[in-house]
Design a protein around this ligand. Structure first.
Ligand code: AMP
Ligand code: MG
Length: 325
């Protein structure tokens, strides 16, 4: 059996996991950097990553009950992401690969979110709604590429929630806090709703919601922000499903941890006779398992890189990656 070690460090999360070629996750350990105030500071986040690197790797190794000798491949998130954070993971991956003489694989972070979605949801041919702090895209596989059919024209939905929370004085990450506040919201406040075909735009919604802080209750604002932005996402997603004639929906990325978003996705799918395929929350946000799993697939198709050629790719696009499987 082949075992893969995966290292994820594109932004706030330092994640390490061991996964085998049956798709079993042997361990999936993370340490998340949380800024004292404001958003993510790339250098501060990378400092956190360097500090926790060895401890997280050791814990993941112990939980997986593996020896480095048993590992077939070392995979790391090569991009897209914050340069200093990416380099922290790449540095650890290179050191481990050199020390234990293992092949190295550079993984596209967005591809990894979708691949773990495939694995854990059991989907065969889905439309993906990829929603995280920095990304909002509607994607499906065509031939040997992931193709982006729709996306945000400005900020990502995770950024909408985090930025609104920050303006309201709530600490990063705002998404989970907004979700909990929204549970006690009752009034649906009208906010800008912008869908253009399969694209969405959130910056007007953010500005309008921010202007209402202090005038409306924070619970009602959180509720209205979620209802409006998630309805926009699902309208665009439903259009993509109809256009592409797909009957499965998989959500990927950290905002997928939102219960209300998943509930709305389920309702939309049921109403059109499609299936929303959910999976455990630990695989929605950034995690090492998605890198280990995707890296193992790449390794099986000979997609390894030398340490010399392993520089990180801050703007690594999902459609630059050929998917041979
Ligand atoms: P990722 O980069 O994929 O780990 O996703 C991080 C983003 O997910 C941040 O913008 C978080 O605010 C957001 N997020 C995490 N949990 C939730 C949640 N329960 N509801 C909404 N957003 C969330
Ligand atoms: Mg992510």
């Amino acid at each position: 059996m082949l075992i893969s070690l995966g290292i994820e460090t594109t932004a706030h999360t330092f994640g390490v996991a061991f996964v085998n070629d049956k798709g079993e996750v042997l361990s999936n350990v993370k340490s998340v950097y949380t800024p004292k105030e404001g958003g993510i500071h790339p250098r501060e986040a990378s400092k956190h990553h360097y500090e926790v690197a060895v401890g997280v790797l050791r814990k993941a190794k112990e939980e997986a009950k593996v020896k480095m000798e048993d590992v077939a491949v070392v995979a790391f998130s090569r991009g897209p992401g914050l340069g200093p954070c990416l380099r922290a993971g790449a540095t650890l991956a290179r050191a481990v690969a050199l020390k234990f003489k293992k092949p190295l694989v550079g993984v596209n972070h967005a591809v990894a979110h979708l691949e773990i979605g495939y694995l854990k949801s059991g989907a065969r041919d889905p439309v993906f709604l990829y929603v995280s702090g920095g990304n909002t895209q509607i994607i499906s596989k065509v031939g040997d590429r992931y193709v982006v059919f729709g996306e945000t024209e400005d900020i990502a939905v995770g950024n909408l929630l985090d930025a609104f929370a920050r303006s309201a004085g709530l600490p990063f990450p705002g998404g989970p806090k907004i979700m909990n506040l929204a549970k006690n919201g009752k009034k649906l406040i009208k906010l800008p709703y912008v869908v253009k075909g399969m694209n969405v735009s959130f910056s007007g919604t953010l500005t309008a919601a921010e202007k209402l802080i202090g005038k409306e209750s924070i619970e009602d604002l959180a509720y209205s922000l979620q209802e409006t932005s998630f309805a926009m996402l699902l309208e665009a997603t439903e259009r993509a499903m109809a256009y592409l004639k797909k009957e499965e929906l998989v959500i990927a990325g950290g905002v997928g941890a939102n219960e209300r978003l998943r509930e709305m996705a389920r309702t939309m799918c049921e109403e059109r006779g499609a299936r929303f395929l959910d999976y455990p929350i630990e695989y929605y946000g950034d995690n090492g398992a998605m890198i280990a799993w995707t890296g193992l697939k790449q390794y099986l198709f000979g997609d390894t890189i030398s340490v010399e050629d392993s520089k990180v790719l801050v703007r690594f696009r999902i459609d630059d990656v050929r998917i041979p499987w």
